[in-house]
Design a protein around this ligand. Sequence first.
Ligand code: HEM
Length: 388
Amino acid sequence: MSGTMIPDPISELADLQPPHDPYALYARLRDSSPVCWSDRIGSWVLTRYEDCLAVLRDPASFASDWRRIGENTPEPLLSIQSLDPPEHTGIRRLLVDAVRAIDYSGLAKAVTAEVGRRLANLSRRESFDYVTEFAAPLALKTITTVLGCPPIDPDWFFPLSQRIVDGMDAGIWPETDEPAVSARAELADVTGTWLSRRCSEGLIGYVTAAAATSGVARPVLLNSLRAVLHAGFESAGRLLGIGFAALLAEPDGMAKLATSAPGLAMEEIVRFAAPVQADGRACVAQRRLGGQLIAAGDPVTIMFGAANRDPARFAAPDVLDFTRRPNPHLGFGRGAHSCLGQPLAILQARIVFTTIAVEYPRARTVREPVYRRNLTLRGISSHEASLH
Ligand code: HEM
């Protein structure tokens, strides 16, 4: 495929200065060139809700498994995220069953206790870093509890995990690729021991018991558990970070949340925050999107964050509206590869945000949040806040 869009939409995104807020640019792209080609990443870029949804709903034409357009996927990357049916079906079913089998009321109690304890400690201080001292350690604790794996050293894991996230933008910043590959290998050394250690708790316990009869290849199983750890930590942790910043930026945000229906409020925070901003598919059969012909073999980038602010789908899309209903956002994707951790991420976010809104209604920003430059996973590296 070739294209002549100038300037390149992805280069424009990459060049945004701190706080790297992409939403004004998304709005311009949606209006002027909703399906446009980026030479920078060699992909179509979709910013309208309708086009993003069409791709997510059509896995026969738009592959998650890039081997379907002749690309090579190294074995460490073969996982639930990178396979299509029929190989995707077995691992997806196994992990969906494992997520369904979670004791949600037990988990809610454990997370509530953990959140209460951490916030009580932090409330003794004038201010603290909400991301590094609260959201990130909490997200790691939650996902390791859910997985039932041995504890993971945060000082080792946090920078390693960030290298993997940086590598998701390697199409833009190629120098991030090699550090991400080595970080994934380092992480695999740890997660690769999980099944042999015979962890009997949580998702790993469930999967270990069911693995023999599931027919899922062992490397796919291990890579997928590693993906659950990484996605469960990064996406859910980033949701806590951006969601908190959005609540504090909103006039009376905490008070509005305290009096809102938590289910609707959490969906709205996911729509608004969209920590997973983008994902890719490979077109396997020629299709037309937004008037453009997408050829077989062309990569397509779905911009979830842009779709979630599309005024053609959401009234007043830049307003955080806890009464929004329906709210068919794409923050968790849609279709065959939609987010597996959705109920877990919502549970954790609900407990964190409602606890702060009810118990610490005077929570405030002390120093403006610092957004990372990452474009695939949006997130905040630090946010000095006070609970008083
Ligand atoms: C405990 C937390 C989480 C876990 C364990 C988790 C896990 C996963 C996994 C394993 C997939 C791949 C599913 C597949 O390919 O069949 C996935 C997809 C996805 N997740 Fe999550 N996730 C979590 C939290 C989140 C959060 C907080 C968000 C955003 C708000 C999110 C957004 C997404 C999106 C957009 C996809 C779809 C990607 C695509 O279409 O290719 N996830 N998640």
